[in-house]
Write a new protein. Sequence first.
Length: 452
Amino acid sequence: MDIRNNILETIGNTPLIRLNKITRGIPCTVLAKVEYFNPGNSIKDRMAVKMVEVAEQEGKLKPGGTIIECTSGNTGMGLAMAGVVKGYKCIFATTDKQSQSKVDILRALGAEVIVCPTNVEPEDPRSYYSVAARLAKEIPNSFHANQYDNLANRQAHYESTGPEIWKQTDGKITHFVCTAGTGGTVVGTAMYLKEKNPKIQVWAIDVYGSLLTKYFKTGEIDMNEVHPYISEGFGEDFVPENYDMSVIDHFEQVTDKDGAIMARRLAKEEGLFCGYSAGSCMQGLMQLKSRLKKDDVVVLVFHDHGSRYVSKIYNDQWMAERGFLDVKTFRDIVSARGKQRTITIDPGQTVSQAVELMREYDIEHIPVMNGNGPIGSISESGLFQKVFSNPDIKSETIERVMEKSFPVVEFETPIEKLRTLINKENGAVLSKDEAGNLHIITKYDVIQALGS
């Protein structure tokens, strides 16, 4: 029987999947090493278990001990699983920019999670680095995993990720592309691949606000490069000991916005529901595609699953609030949905006629018009309440039951403004185009536009 003794034995051997649509403009084969197939839904499972195993071998982690780590979520997931299986308690420090879902997942596995401020220096006693280090000193029989400086991190990828990619590509890989955070994945995998073929190009993807790119280029740790960024799981404000820059050939920076948008494209165009770093990794490759040739074989690492970012990059409101969705206007929405006659009703018509119009055209909101323009509105929800309380109202005229008129805005009004105008009390917005034709936009239209 093909049976695993515990969940940890399912880590690794993740699939290599060809990308087809987003990469149409790239002349060569582009493959994704999709790491959310690991049991903890991220590549960090590999190094988390390796760090625990090495600590056990070296006597740093003893039975009944406590694993302490600062984590953006994924490493904590791997460590928490190891803790459950092996009988260790886990305490994790994380930052307040991480999604709440990541914190909830760690707690679901029995870990204690301490949320620390993001925008402080690493040496600040409030930083998640400092909190983890302090707890490791204060708590007896504890082990500080320290993924940044623990070389078991990169060793895990030297022993597993690199060999898997080499075998899966039959040694034909020419480019390895990976976001750069702790350095474990990009360096450990690169070390193995470069031993097999020194000509393989290793491209590290970084985020603006991280100092790693400038350090790679100049050897200088320039804190002026550091500023807050939204991207999760990669980029650093110091240089972890896991880095060996000699095995990396190029660093490429991407913006928070481009990485988030690309992650959404991966889901919609490739069916790969990945996290923030996968989108950034893909975006980095797109910025470098002119360097690729027909016979190249590119492997990208897609680190984790999109379920941990549902409240962030896969949330339209979150994206819009940060300006990550392209600015659209009333005109754009009307153009995108095609020709569509705006259904209106006269104040002298009856409620039953309004109901029939709603049924016929499958609409929820109707402007009430007279010769001078809109004077009121009728909504499905409003009519429902009135009909429910008085069934005889169907014969009443619209004038007697109508609600206030929908707001009228300019045809070039941005979608962000439209979103604030549409609420529980007001279900639609009106505008006229240059020809004087009346158009209506509802909450559904805005949602469709934001998700496109």
